[in-house]
Design a protein around this ligand. Sequence first.
Ligand code: JFZ
Length: 593
Amino acid sequence: MKKIVIGLLTLSSYTSFAQKTMDEMWDKTAATNKQNPNVQWFRDAKFGLFLHWGLYSDLAGVWNGKRYYGSGEWIMSQGKIPAADYAKAAEHFNPVNFNADEWAAIAKDAGIRYMVITAKHHEGFAMFDSKVSDFSIVKASPYKKDPMKALAEATRKQGIQFGFYYSQFLDWHEPNGGGNRWDFDEAKKNYLKYYREKSIPQLKELMTNYGPLGVVWFDMPGGLTKEQTQFLVDSLRKLQPKCLFSSRVGQGLGDYRDFGDSEVPPAPIDDVWESIYTHNDSWGYIQHDMNFKSSKEIIQLLANVASKGGNLMLNVGPDGKGNLPYYSVKFLRETGAWLRENGESIYGSTFGFIPAQPWGVTTGKPGKLYLHVLNTPHNNVLFIPSFAAQVSKVYSLKNKKPLAYKKDGKDLYVTIAGVGANSPDNVLVVEYTGKPQAYDTTAPVTISPQYDFSNVDAVAGKTTGNAKTKSITFSHYYGDWKHAVCITDMQQPQDQVSFNVRIAEKGDYKILLEYACPQESAKQEGVVNINNQDYYFRTLRTSEYEKSAPLMFIKHPVATITVDKPGIYTINIHPVQQGKELFKLKTVIVETM
Ligand code: JFZ
């Protein structure tokens, strides 16, 4: 490793950019501080809007007549487009339809509490008025105005927290910026010069000229040591002590934790964190990306993230003329309509103390547990296992109508008399007295015949031997990351996974294993043990695992079982012989027969 020493700052140049960024980005251990009073608004906000907007939005996923698939803001890198050619795109970039007040009003209507927009993405183009570089919307485009100024003001008028995304290290326009190896010789790069001459001065402009910012959303750290990052953070904090920094500032120095793109942690985390998702496949606008999530998906995602204790920041990609995509506006507005009726169960909530059930998830507030019913039980009776506190009232949040309930030991049963059955998330409120119980991480997973399927996810498994629980990363299009928690490394009979389940009612059930299995793992024998009964199976080939391809899962039916007595059971799975990894097991699916 080569070291360049400049004044007090030492700069290490590194070899494998891709590897390093992936490792650093997967920053699940970043230190955050939930005692910090400045994070409270963020913890309560729950729903943010992310906007990726730049020259790439105007290119719209097309260069020289060729359509690109994969995150639109990466088109310059994907096409190895020379910086000088790419810069010419600015000459045609004229977002005349941009209307800051309209964007802010749509966000408000959607129930958005904070907005983060790309001030400069990896392409290096400043979407604001910068004195530091001429490669900006004011100096290099016919638009000539500063849209960030207008948006900062418009959001503030609506009472929405405003923040900037800023790519502090990757800058493909600059010879000394990170990432562009198709134009610039890596060996000749001086990252520190880039930080000193563009990145830090522009960050200072953003933190000086746009009023109080809620957050600065750093991305893809690189080129700095821990001390240097601390120096960067300290010098910026002086400008706005209350502004929060995302964990991708690097080196564990952020104020809140960001999960990998499109990743929700499998269990609640009592920390300050955010999941980011994009509305379709790409972050930046692509004209041929029409794969939008419905309002139902957005609402259920929001409930799911809130039930784990985090925020959802949903990304939308405006086009090069400044229009928000039709479906983004439509589905955001529908989400807002749901939030107007049910927002009490989301904003300012924490994760609920009852783990996910076949019917849905829970959030909480003092004295209240919110049941987010995402799947209606066949018999219209919700089973809430191990609800220790004294219940005083149960009602539908939407119309406040009381609902019949009964306690059987600690178990609570609520009759949902057809209320809100068509809602994407039918919220019921359980009011209780006394202290909230602790979230039980070892609680058995509920299996109930009142749903067509009950899922027992890998995360609930206890592993022994060499078996492990791992988050596996893969992707569809370029930059379109997905994650699946799986049980891996089961190679011999001692490598086992056990699931503690509670079968709520007697009946016949089918057991399906959902797993991925490459050629070398296929045709191996495994065994599922339930209630001292062995059920043998042989693994079926799906496909090889590769980060840059979809991970293919099969739902393999392996056994039919009959349960005579409701109660707590163990499902144990392991290889029969010593061999290769049996499979990557994602879910044990229990189907009602
Ligand atoms: C970054 C950007 O490169 C991308 O263009 C977009 O802005 C996204 C929000 O952030 O991409 C990342 C960063 C981190 C991970 C994946 C993609 N990660 O942690 O896996």
